[in-house]
Design a protein around this ligand. Structure first.
Ligand code: HEC
Length: 134
């Protein structure tokens, strides 16, 4: 019995670690793009790849939150009481990052830089509502 409990906790911890790692990877893509948008770096050629990575991952964010956490995490319990709102913020990220990726393909950098701010705001809006602030 005790052994089964430990196993369940290990799986639960791995799920949270996985999800936090995916979030961190999106954070790294955003940081890389921000250096280009702020014109500190001239790597416009990789912007499409960063935008596409975020777009590809955004579609499945709700799947990483199947049920209230059994281990410590920064996910607020409101995720599961307001799951429709959580899913719609995730869908918003999917739309905004699709636009970002299209603008990179068109090499429309002026619009890209403005759209980058909208994507960042979408991350922030979900974190403000559903992530425990440290
Ligand atoms: C639909 C809601 C939602 C969206 C959209 C979202 N996040 Fe998150 N994010 C969360 C939640 C909830 C957590 C806390 C997860 C946990 O602790 O298990 C989190 C955690 C994180 C973390 C911390 C991971 C860690 O090390 O613990 C980073 C970094 C992050 N998100 C980046 C981003 C970026 C960048 C975007 C936008 C491109 C984004 N997130 C979009 C909900 C969201």
């Amino acid at each position: 019995m005790k052994r089964i409990f430990v196993l369940v906790m290990l799986f639960a911890a791995a799920d949270v670690k996985y999800r936090q790692t995916v979030m961190k990877s999106m954070g790294a893509h955003m940081t890389a793009m921000s250096l280009v948008v702020k014109k500190e770096v001239a790597m416009r050629s990789q912007l499409g790849a960063h935008a596409e990575a975020i777009h590809a991952l955004s579609a499945t964010i709700p799947e990483m939150f199947p049920a209230p956490d059994k281990v410590r995490s920064s996910a607020k319990p409101e995720i599961w009481t307001h799951f429709d709102e959580f899913k719609s913020l995730s869908a918003r990220l999917e739309r905004e990052s699709a636009t970002l990726s299209q603008l990179a393909a068109k090499r429309d950098w002026k619009s890209f830089d403005a759209q980058f701010a909208r994507v960042a705001k979408t991350c922030e809006d979900c974190h403000d509502k559903f992530r425990v602030q440290d």
